[in-house]
Every structure is written in C-alpha cells, then in structure tokens.
Design a protein around this ligand. Sequence first.
Ligand code: ZN
Length: 172
Amino acid sequence: MAVLDVVLYPSDPLLSVARPVDAVTKKIANLAYDMFDTMDAHEGVGLAAPQVGVDKRLFVLNEPYTEQRMALVNPVILDEEGREEGEEGCLSLPQIYTNVPRAVRIRVEALDIEGRPMQFEAEGLLARIIQHELDHLNGLIFLDRVDVLTRQAKLQEWETIRDQISSALDRT
Ligand code: ZN
C-alpha cells in the first residue's frame, strides 16, 4: 500500500485516451489499493489511473454520503438520463471548483477488482463522480464540460495556483 504522486493538469497522460485493462491481475488490484490510499490521503472522492501516471481504464471512488467505495475497471456508461449542475473539483487541479452539468442517472457496466462483470444504476453524487472519473479515462477534465468563458477563467486561475504549487515544491 502506498500513496502515489498525483499528476497535475495538463501533464501526461491526463490528455490521452487510456488503454483498456486486458486482465484484472494482482498487479491491477494492487494499483487500485494504492489509488484508494492516494485518494484518501488527499481527501478526494474519486481518482482515475491516468491521475497517478498509469495509462489504464480504471478508477476508484468514495461516495462520502453513502460511504460506497468502488474500483471500476473498463467502465462504460450504457444509458443516461436527466441533466443537473453540481460543483466539482479535481485532485489534478487542486483548489479549482466550478459547476459542471452531468447526467442525473446513469447505468454503468464495468469489471470489479476481481475481474467479475457488474452492472448497476447510479444517481446524484455517485453518478457525478463516475462521469467525472470516466472523463479522465478519455483524456478529458471537468473544465472541458463547462462553457468556454468559465473554462478560460478557471484555467487562468489554475495557472496561478500551479505556479504557486511548483515554487513551493522547489523550496522543499
Ligand atoms: Zn478529476
């Protein structure tokens, strides 16, 4: 178990479409456990493999209200319904928050950490987290889902914060 480094936007492989997981091996399961540790260390509600520098279709999540913890491998959204705005942030762009429109209810198919297929419905925050994390597997971030002016303003804000983070790292 280990806390991994989180890749900051826009470094690789955050902008690429991640590769499917061929087989859910022990190595993949261990990666998922490290991702849970990393997500918890940063008090996040979700973390995708590209955010720890791994080019694989896998993410973990922790829905805080129902305390549902899941690792989803090769996830696909089969169906979606409704639309609502909700605030999102991202461990790859810390301190940046904005409202993002997402489907309210989704139907999801994935493999679990033992390679067993699963299908379930999710709504509200759980559905929002899954949509946010699935975007990471397709090289997208939450700011790609908002209007162009908000996106520009938030990216500018992020540039300032990122500079502060890297100069703080330089001093250590
Ligand atoms: Zn994110």
